[in-house]
Design a protein around this ligand. Structure first.
Ligand code: ATP
Ligand code: MG
Length: 311
């Protein structure tokens, strides 16, 4: 969060749960009766150009929670890795005020690696390629452009930096130093496979999954050396953890239209906003029309990917 950005939502007291952490867009609680349980609450906050905006997008927290839960359900059929979700209903202890945007999860010993897989070249992956000709140690053909598809998806992990610091890329040896060589190889294989399965589902619905980030932890009751102790945590294949592009708008050589934040980014960089990316000021409040179109984009992403109607 940059100075002057919207402050995180206040973290309300709820019976049965103790506040643990207020992130930029999510809040974390731990159960007062069972320390092995966490409550993850998604807010309607949206970030753009590294700022958390003052204007919330109605239903964003609920849409991303529902989408993540849907992917966790799909994951159960993939036979790849276990996940941390316990449930999301009142019977699991979700307080009424958070209904629809909260998930109860098993608390894990999180691994200090942000596991990223990329199938397309853009963002920091593109910057690394332009500077070095390679990505995460893999030499790529010359002449690739923004939005180009990679021949095969690559694992491009980063460190999980402390608050206020930027995540830094790590190579295979760096991951091995953090979690051990065997666990590192497992993280790479599972992350790339998760990406590929997710991308295949999205492709059937006209959506390109450009890249995604997942976070893993170890089952606190398991043997830390056992491969089966690995559990997928955090969120899965949402627009906050992934880049989704409408397949019919894909055209390498420029920034791709994004499924979620396109209207926000376009408006912020248009003269109408009176704001500049290089400005020291936080971005202005969003007009209602931009909020409504952005919300409609999140709904469309949810409906396309899951094949379900929103509400
Ligand atoms: P920010 O998003 O503000 O930069 P952040 O990533 O710490 O910071 P969130 O993503 O809102 O904030 O918080 C979720 C936190 O919970 C992350 O640190 C994530 O690693 C952690 N987490 C997710 N699932 C689990 C789990 N099952 N057990 C323990 N920690 C988890
Ligand atoms: Mg996070």
């Amino acid at each position: 969060t940059l100075p002057g950005d919207a402050a995180p939502d206040p973290q309300p007291e709820v019976p049965g749960w103790r506040p643990l952490h207020a992130g930029k867009v999510r809040q974390l609680y731990t159960s007062t009766d069972d320390p092995s349980l966490l409550l993850l609450v998604a807010s309607d906050r949206i970030s753009a150009y590294d700022h958390v905006l003052a204007t919330p997008i109605p239903d964003k927290g609920a849409l991303l929670t529902a989408l993540s839960l849907w992917w966790f359900e799909q994951l159960e059929g993939w036979g790849l890795v276990r996940h941390h979700v316990v449930g999301a209903g009142p019977e699991h202890g979700v307080p009424a005020r958070f209904a629809g945007r909260a998930t109860v999860a098993r608390r894990l010993d999180m691994l200090p690696v942000e596991c990223i897989a990329r199938g397309y070249l853009t963002g920091s992956g593109l910057a690394e390629y332009r500077a070095t000709g390679s990505l995460a140690g893999v030499e790529l053909p010359p002449g690739l452009d923004d939005g180009d598809r990679l021949r095969s998806p690559l694992f491009t992990p980063t460190t999980k930096a402390a608050v206020g610091l930027h995540d830094e890329p790590v190579d295979e040896a760096g991951v091995a130093a953090l979690v051990g060589a065997e666990r590192g190889a497992q993280l790479r294989d599972v992350t790339v496979e998760l990406y590929s399965r997710g991308a295949a589902v999205a492709a059937e619905r006209g959506v390109l999954l450009a890249d995604t980030k997942v976070e893993f932890g170890l089952d606190p009751d398991g043997d830390p050396a056992d491969p089966a102790s690995l559990v997928l945590g955090d969120e899965l294949l949402t627009p906050d953890s992934s880049r989704f592009w409408p397949a019919d708008g894909w055209q390498p050589g420029r920034a791709q239209p994004s499924f979620d934040k396109q209207y926000v980014r376009d408006w912020l960089t248009s003269p109408a906003s009176g704001w500049s990316r290089t400005s020291a000021e936080p971005p202005p409040a969003l007009p209602d029309e931009v909020v409504e179109r952005t919300r409609a984009r999140y709904v469309e992403a949810y409906e396309r990917l899951t094949g379900r109607r929103w509400q």
